[in-house]
Each structure stands twice: as structure tokens, then as C-alpha cells.
Design a protein around this ligand. Structure first.
Ligand SMILES: [Zn+2]
Length: 146
């Protein structure tokens, strides 16, 4: 690896760490298990993870457990209860599904977790969350796996 590349990689890594809080370090390691000394593997993972996060932001999909774990590392937010904010997901601890906490749908939308603990409805300007077991729902952020 030449010097310039090493520099770039260091910069990227630093920016990435700064962008996210310190607490995310473990999850980042899980999201990108490649060692920093193996620049090619690390960069490839980084790109894959970033692509997945871009896709997530664009589509705001509901993800059920299997797909969720395949594509993302789940990072619980430290807040108590749940709150809606762009980029946050609500995870049902019973079935493991993650539902976007904010919907950009404008017309009709129906989504929810697999066990129907979390249900979201939108019908034009009317929308509603139905959460049966609130204590089993946590707010999470999703980090793209590389
Ligand atoms: Zn559920």
C-alpha cells in the first residue's frame, strides 16, 4: 500500500469515527470486520456498507429479522422509549423486525413487524401507529454491513 492511499484511508476512517459517536465503535467493527491493515478488504466492506445505508435512506424499507441481520448491524439508541426521527427504526424485540420510524409515503401505506406488535397505517393525510406491547419496542439505528 502506498503512502497516499494510507493517508486517504486514515482520513476516511477518522471522518467515519467522528461522524458517529464513540459508542458505535463495536458495531462498526461488526459492520466492517476487516482489519485496517488490509486496506482493500476494508475499503470493499466500507463501500458495501455505505451502499446499503444509502439504499436504506432512500427506500425506508421494513426489514424482517433474517434480512435485517444479513444487511445491517443493529445499534440500539440510548433513549428510553421510542421516538420518530428520520433514520431511526423501531425494532420489535419479539420478532426482530425493524420498521422505519418515519414514513415518506404520501398516499396509502401499511407496514409492520412480523408478529404485528408494530403496525403503521397511512391513508392520505391520516396516519396511525398501533403498538400493542410498547415495552417490547426499542429505537435503533442500522449500520450497513460490509
Ligand atoms: Zn414483532
Amino acid at each position: 500500500m502506498d503512502k497516499e492511499r494510507k493517508k486517504l484511508l486514515k482520513k476516511l476512517c477518522k471522518a467515519e469515527v467522528e461522524r458517529r459517536s464513540q459508542e458505535l465503535k463495536d458495531q462498526l467493527k461488526a459492520a466492517n470486520p476487516a482489519d485496517l491493515s488490509d486496506a482493500d478488504a476494508w475499503m470493499a466492506n466500507y463501500k458495501t456498507g455505505t451502499r446499503r445505508e444509502q439504499w436504506l435512506r432512500k427506500k425506508l424499507p421494513t426489514l424482517h429479522k433474517k434480512r435485517l441481520e444479513e444487511l445491517f448491524v443493529v445499534h440500539p439508541c440510548n433513549s428510553s422509549g421510542w421516538f420518530s426521527a428520520e433514520g431511526n427504526y423501531l425494532q420489535c424485540e419479539d420478532c426482530g423486525s425493524a420498521v422505519p420510524s418515519v414514513s415518506r409515503a404520501r398516499l396509502i401505506k401499511y407496514t409492520g413487524c412480523r408478529c404485528r406488535n408494530i403496525i403503521y397505517w397511512r391513508f392520505f393525510r391520516w396516519h396511525c401507529w398501533k403498538i400493542r406491547r410498547r415495552e417490547r419496542v426499542i429505537t435503533v439505528k442500522l449500520i450497513g454491513r460490509g
